[in-house]
Design a binder for this molecule. Structure first.
Ligand SMILES: [Zn+2]
Length: 205
């Protein structure tokens, strides 16, 4: 069953080892942020460790997302989009104030993610860099970063498999810069069990 992440909102969930999380972009062109912790809150997603062990900054099918204690957290097992960012921090209220001159409150991934982790009993601050799925960032030869619209088309998805029990929070990013200048749109989630074949293999051993 699919769960909707409201536009500019967040959702938190627990994944058992072996379960798969599918994140769908129903309308296309919308990016989001994913952060994972171990359920006891002691391990957090780490872009730095992921770069250490993967040796690259653009991740797709077959690549592993590591924790700051060097354990495998998630493996990308399917990917319709093939482009994601793992450099940027989640957008925050301060970021909207500093970069865009926001004066009142502005919905942001940082608050969404922290509040979802709080519901799961985890004090997540300071948040690590998020895995910014579908977010399209180019690193130019001179080191500058350039945004392009997310290449996800309507219905495209990415599937990640939990390599350990995890608390996960996902935010549908409200930053128009990351979403081709469009207003925020919703995303959808689906938890899939382990593939039946591997369950059968385990049982027959
Ligand atoms: Zn954001």
């Amino acid at each position: 069953m699919r769960q909707v992440i409201p536009a500019a909102g967040g959702v938190g969930l627990l994944l058992r080892r072996g379960e798969q999380l599918r994140i769908i972009d129903p309308q296309g062109g919308q990016s989001g942020d994913l952060v994972a912790f171990s359920p006891d809150g002691r391990q957090r997603l780490s872009n730095g460790r992921t770069f250490d062990y993967g040796g690259k900054i653009y991740l797709s099918k077959g690549d592993v997302l590591w924790s700051d204690r060097s354990e495998r957290m998630l493996t990308i097992v399917a990917d319709d989009v093939g482009r994601h960012d793992f450099l940027y921090s989640p957008c925050s209220l301060e970021m909207y104030r500093i970069q865009y001159g926001a004066t009142g409150y502005h919905a942001n991934c940082y608050d969404n993610l922290c509040s979802e982790f709080r519901k799961l009993g985890i004090e997540a601050e300071p948040l690590p860099s998020a895995f910014n799925f579908f977010m399209n960032v180019d690193v130019r030869a001179d080191g500058h970063l350039a945004f392009a619209p997310p290449p996800s088309r309507a219905g495209d998805s990415i599937v990640v498999r939990a390599e350990m029990d995890l608390a996960v929070a996902v935010s549908a990013c409200p930053a128009s810069t990351c979403n081709g200048g469009a207003p925020p749109r919703p995303l959808e989630l689906e938890i899939l069990g382990p593939p039946k074949a591997s369950v059968g293999t385990l049982l027959s051993k």
